[in-house]
Design a protein around this ligand. Structure first.
Ligand code: GAR
Length: 199
């Protein structure tokens, strides 16, 4: 199986995937890193790991369709079977999702269906929840609403700030995301409606 990891930022989840693969906990090839942000740190991590990386910036294309078809072309060329969104801060179109139906995973830093969107950690902290944590899910046309694969609970400490809470959540992300990817690789994720059964 061949994986493409999509990133826009720091890429700590990418690195967690790379490390899991080195340990033998992910039995697949990370064939490609795709980023929409030139110069982001995830690209440096990809380079260090010797993974082919591709920068596709939205501003270089006159339409979203052309932008995505450039990405799709590369995925097809690299024979990618699974797309792993790891801090890719851009919504995929319905056409893109159709091409990789039930083969796109995402990680969100809150316990979905709570605190969807781009500020999952801050929103949960400000709301005052006592437990939060990351969610790995299949990507569907509705944002942050696809079938849930794995979640991990993180207790919010009385003195947590956005930064310290983010640190605790990232630690859990780095455990559950590689685990979810390997479950996918082993064909153990069975989608039944909005539920994922782990076989
Ligand atoms: C992660 O915390 C991930 O949950 C979040 O972006 C961060 C990327 O970190 N994703 C979203 O908020 C998606 N809505 P990383 O670049 O260090 O892997």
């Amino acid at each position: 199986m061949r994986i493409a990891v999509f990133c826009s930022g720091s890429g700590t989840n990418l690195e967690a995937m790379v490390n899991a693969q080195k340990r033998g906990d992910i039995k697949a090839e990370i064939a490609l890193v795709v980023s929409d942000v030139a110069g982001c740190f995830a690209l440096k991590r990809a380079e260090k790991a010797g993974i082919k990386a591709l920068v596709v910036e939205r501003k270089k294309f006159s339409s979203g369709k052309e932008f995505e078809s450039e990405i799709l072309k590369s995925l097809q060329k690299e024979k990618v079977d699974l797309v792993v969104l790891a801090g890719y801060m851009r919504l995929l179109s319905a056409d893109f999702i159709k091409e990789y139906r039930n083969k796109i995973l995402n990680i969100h830093p809150a316990l979905l269906p709570s605190f969807k969107g781009t500020h999952g950690i801050k929103d949960a902290l400000e709301y005052g929840v006592k437990i939060t944590g990351p969610t790995v899910h299949f990507v569907t046309e509705d944002m942050d609403a696809g079938p849930i694969i794995l979640q991990s609970a993180v207790t919010v400490a009385e003195d947590d700030t956005e930064e310290t809470l983010a640190e605790s959540i990232h630690k859990e992300e780095h455990k559950i995301y590689p685990r979810a990817v390997q479950l996918f690789i082993e064909g153990r994720l069975k989608i039944e409606g909005s539920r994922v059964r782990i076989l």
